[in-house]
Design a protein around this ligand. Sequence first.
Ligand SMILES: Cc1cc2nc3c(=O)[nH]c(=O)nc-3n(C[C@H](O)[C@H](O)[C@H](O)COP(=O)(O)OP(=O)(O)OC[C@H]3O[C@@H](n4cnc5c(N)ncnc54)[C@H](O)[C@@H]3O)c2cc1C
Length: 347
Amino acid sequence: MRESVRLSELTTLRVGGPALVAECGSTEALVATVRALDAAGVRVLLLAGGSNLLIDDAGFDGVVVRVGNAGVELGADSVLAEAGANWDEVVATTVAAGFGGLECLSGIPGSAGATPVQNVGAYGVEVAALLRRVRLLDRETGAARWAEPAELGFGYRTSVLKHRDDAVVLAVEFALDPTGASAPLRYGELAKVLGAGEGETRPAADVRTEVLRLRSGKGMVLDTADHDTWSAGSFFTNPVVSADRLPQVLAAIATHLGDAVKVPTYPAPEGTKLSAGWLIERAGFAKGFPDEQAAARLSTKHTLALTNRGTASAADIVALARTVRAGVLDRFGVTLEPEPVTVGLTL
Ligand SMILES: Cc1cc2nc3c(=O)[nH]c(=O)nc-3n(C[C@H](O)[C@H](O)[C@H](O)COP(=O)(O)OP(=O)(O)OC[C@H]3O[C@@H](n4cnc5c(N)ncnc54)[C@H](O)[C@@H]3O)c2cc1C
């Protein structure tokens, strides 16, 4: 146990006040700690890489349980990772061993165990597509069991595990391709740099290299020296607009940007997905908004990332998020939803 730890030291946005932190370096320690705290009725916040959390400046009134069990084991066509394993190291291990499947998810910060929580995705691949099973600790019964992906209610950047804390992910297992071929390339920009047609595959190692290069150019690979990466990645999810609301939204966009404007749209199960980054930029928030002096700014490389320039508080990040959200709502009638999990605060 460590007392009065500043959670800003444990989150990639580098904001968050003090809390009592329990470091759990093994699955046994993690299970025993969560069970004991639950039995005592103490509030628990699970924290692994801290790359998808926005925690209040007042800190957390309870115990922050750090998920630090980090074993990784390769099988004949799979990888089993304990929850606290560093995600990019898991991906790198599989690719170096000649397996394909996870390479499009290279360079995403955080832990293996958090990937099912928001169905982590990038460059046309989501973890739900490759996940074989998840070991869960049920906090109500205190029992651990393997769960099938079908039980987890995966959607775009969500699952039944997000915004709930009745289960702890202890380990995850992913199916891999032993031939070393990548997952089919579905993301145009990536397929293009690899000289591939959409849906074709390439050697996983080549895909990993290109993904890391593309991500770095957008400030989406952690780099202490680069404040554009002091973020939680994309701060807003891409909004999905229902079929009956879409004409209104498109009309509002045309009113502000002219009838000739080409709005990027993508089909989604519940309607039409719009690009949050495109809407933010078109609502008048350029990269780097508001200015060089601000403690919290939009990334200078990517409009969708809210960043800490070194001295920002959680309140500064929230104020910026509210400004951007209000601007997009006012112009286009679309409410953006935050992607990170907020603790002790709301937008
Ligand atoms: C620069 C940057 C780029 C990013 N790019 C992407 C991207 O391309 N795609 C994407 O999907 N995300 C992206 N993210 C977001 C983030 O990296 C992922 O959501 C990641 O999976 C979070 O892992 P973590 O270990 O840091 O989770 P944390 O931030 O520690 O926790 C996130 C949430 O999961 C819960 N949680 C953590 N561990 C467990 C567990 N073992 N069991 C149950 N609940 C748990 C926490 O309580 C919290 O609610 C990016 C973030 C950054 C900073």
